[in-house]
Write a protein that binds this ligand. Structure first.
Ligand SMILES: [Mg+2]
Length: 198
């Protein structure tokens, strides 16, 4: 029995932080998990910028609400869910992602949550667990699933390596170069093929 685990940003949605960076014209917010392997370092850097620029959670949600899935993403996911259960494993936050999940027909999403202070600024974040993507894959395998996973960033690599089949989707050159053993897809047709192949 197969189950499909998908990273969210870069696979089904554009990078939400890049949308935020563009809306607020802040180049410094353009760095993502595709650039910086240490997630905690990246998040502390981002939250520092938001505080300095006086951007509240509600301001970010206003930007993200207008984000559209990548072209073809909704149809791909709909089709995939006919083949078997699919779970989104993301390092984003429910407070960010939920406003756009409607456009993907509310797939199951495992991610993290944000802390806000009384004024509405993001004061921190809670990781449900460390290395949660890999642990989710391991847990699904422990209850009898064969896991096929897709991701594009540093924070996906442990998940892709733990999965029975891990696929890179549109990875940056740096990740591609150091992970030659993983199959690569650059469009949903190829990804579907790699997911469904025996
Ligand atoms: Mg990603």
């Amino acid at each position: 029995m197969h189950i499909y685990c998908l990273d969210l940003e870069g696979i089904l949605l554009p990078e939400m932080w890049i949308e935020v960076a563009e809306r607020f014209k802040l180049k410094s917010l353009r760095l993502t998990t595709r650039d910086i392997p240490d997630y905690d370092k990246l998040m502390r850097y981002r939250l520092g910028i938001l505080r300095r620029e006086k951007i509240k959670l509600v301001g970010i949600q206003g930007v993200i609400r207008r984000v559209k899935p990548l072209p073809g993403a909704a149809a791909f996911l709909k089709r995939l869910r006919i083949e078997g259960p699919a779970i989104i494993l993301s390092d984003t936050f429910y407070e960010f992602a939920m406003p756009v999940m409607k456009q993907l027909d509310y797939p199951t999403l495992f991610c993290n949550s944000l802390k806000t202070d009384k004024a509405g600024f993001i004061s921190g974040y809670t990781l449900r667990q460390k290395d949660g993507k890999r642990k989710a894959v391991k847990a699904l395998q422990s209850i009898g699933f064969e896991v096929r996973a897709v991701g594009d960033s540093y924070n996906d690599l442990s998940m892709l390596k733990a999965a029975d089949r891990g696929v890179l989707f549109n990875p940056p050159e740096s990740i591609l170069k150091t992970n030659r053993s993983l199959p690569v897809a650059y469009d949903y047709k190829k990804l579907m093929k790699l997911f469904l192949a025996d």
